[in-house]
Design a protein around this ligand. Structure first.
Ligand SMILES: [Zn+2]
Length: 470
């Protein structure tokens, strides 16, 4: 059993109170509570005490791998000289023989590079760089020497010589170099230091083996947060356990290669029959219209949701509302990708990009997330973007979709199992998922991107205290 905790001088809804936590729940909230023997006392010094944050859409193992990888593209790396410097620095820091893994490469950095270019920079360490599209790996000679080659392998060749370019062959590459999952501990601690006590892993290929890996990470204490796991039909028979929820079946739609409509409807019905909701990855009008048609045909369950809803014009928003679906969005993309959207997205779609207020005004359940590693994992940056609705270069992006700081916070405090439903209230008997800020809310709300988290509790257990983790 965890030690009972007394949080002194915390701010809840503009009141300064003391809060007693025991057995994972809030036991008492009052002014001037005396400390009891054996109680751990925590002085909040007037900082806002909020419900613990939930990130409703991210990819944990990809994020852990990305954090251990070298950034090879914009904005971190803009040209060939910067890339060479980044690769050489990583090479110097890694133990001998370890693979160097780069991510986010784009031709704008150094053109159509391959084996030869990489060999000049990294002559002896095995290295693989992933293109930003996620479809292409670039390997140097030391890496190629470690992947067993054969006549029918997917390596691109010029004559007999492998160019080091490898398209759409993640599974093959993993089978050659071993697919060990990265450790989640450092990442989980960092997420706790930003106030997150709950996470939803939305990877569409999560299967029974992924479930077991997550369960082990929870059991060992490596993963500090409560976790909801979406994935494929392999999760239908998994049994939820403490801190681990079985999430929706995830359907990944791509408008250039949509699945067979009847097969999709059968998949939705099968998920519902297994007592699971469904979730659809929808980043274009076409994806969303297709998902809505399939849901209308198959029937909707309470847990069904739309991920991203990146482009949602009024007629589709109405349908989302009629069907009673929840939407899980990523306001952070307005900041990090806003300038690209303003350049590349058709003008007629721009008012409907990553909408927020439009959903709330229509009474649609709405929740926030990072989509890390594809977006920044810091929930406070996403909240800030939801309020400011500006691109990194300062351009407004569908500005009328802006939220108040309180609405932006609510995107991340809404329950993990029911995004967009009633917010948790910090009161006697409530589960002690808590996020304590260094400032009162009246100050924090003015600059959400700068918020510092003093402490974080998941079910009464302290999972972060002190300054942010690196
Ligand atoms: Zn995602």
């Amino acid at each position: 059993m965890d030690t009972p905790v007394l949080i002194r001088r915390a701010e809840i809804a503009a009141w300064r109170v003391d809060v007693r936590i025991a057995d994972g729940r809030i036991l008492e909230i009052s002014e001037g509570l005396p400390a009891e023997p054996g109680e751990q006392v925590f002085d909040a010094d007037g900082g806002a005490l909020l419900p613990g944050l939930n990130d409703h859409h991210l990819h944990l193992y990809a994020l852990a791998a990305a954090r251990a990888s070298v950034q090879c593209g914009p904005p971190a790396v803009a040209d060939a000289a910067a890339l060479v410097a980044a690769l050489r620095a990583a090479d110097a820091a890694l133990p001998a023989g370890d693979w160097l893994r780069g991510i986010g490469y784009h031709e704008s950095v150094a053109g159509d590079i391959g084996r030869q270019w990489l060999d000049e920079v990294l002559p002896s360490r095995p290295a693989r760089l992933q293109h930003r599209s996620g479809r292409l790996w670039l390997l140097n000679s030391a890496a190629l020497a470690q992947v067993e080659q054969s006549r029918d392998d997917p390596l691109e060749r010029r004559g007999d010589l492998a160019t080091g370019r490898l398209y759409d062959a993640d599974t093959w590459l993993r089978s050659r170099i071993g697919g060990r999952r990265p450790a989640l501990g450092p990442l989980s601690r960092w997420l706790a230091s930003r106030g997150l006590s709950g996470l939803c892993d939305t990877s569409h290929d999560n299967d029974a083996a992924s479930w077991e890996a997550f369960a082990e990470a929870r059991r060992s204490g490596e993963l500090l947060q409560s976790l909801r796991v979406m994935g494929n039909a392999g999760l239908d028979t998994m049994t939820p356990r403490a801190g681990l929820q079985r999430g929706q079946r995830k359907f990944h739609l791509h408008d250039h290669a949509l699945p067979d409509f009847d097969a999709l409807c059968a998949g939705i019905r099968a998920a519902h029959a297994a007592d699971r909701g469904v979730a659809f990855h929808c980043v274009s009008r076409v994806d969303l219209a297709f998902a809505l048609a399939a849901l209308r045909e198959s029937g909707v369950n309470e847990g069904d949701r739309i991920e991203h809803a990146s482009v949602c014009p009024p007629e589709l928003l109405d349908q989302v509302g009629e069907l009673g679906l929840a939407v899980v969005t990523q306001p952070g993309f307005v900041y990090s990708r806003g300038d690209v959207y303003l350049r590349d997205v058709e003008e007629s779609d721009r008012p409907w990009l990553y909408r927020l207020r439009g959903f709330l005004d229509r009474g649609i359940r709405l929740a926030g997330s990072s989509d890390a590693p594809y977006g920044d994992a810091d929930p406070w940056l996403a909240m800030d973007a939801a309020v400011r609705r500006r691109s990194a270069a300062g351009q407004p992006v569908a500005g009328m979709e802006a939220l108040t700081p309180e609405q932006a916070l609510a995107l991340f405090t809404t329950p993990l199992e029911a995004p967009g439903s009633a917010l948790p209230v910090l009161e006697h008997g409530a589960v002690a998922n808590l996020c304590l800020l260094t400032q009162p809310w009246s100050k924090a709300r003015l600059a959400l991107a700068e918020v510092q988290v003093r402490a974080c509790w998941r079910e009464g257990r302290l999972i972060h205290a002190g300054p942010a983790q690196p």
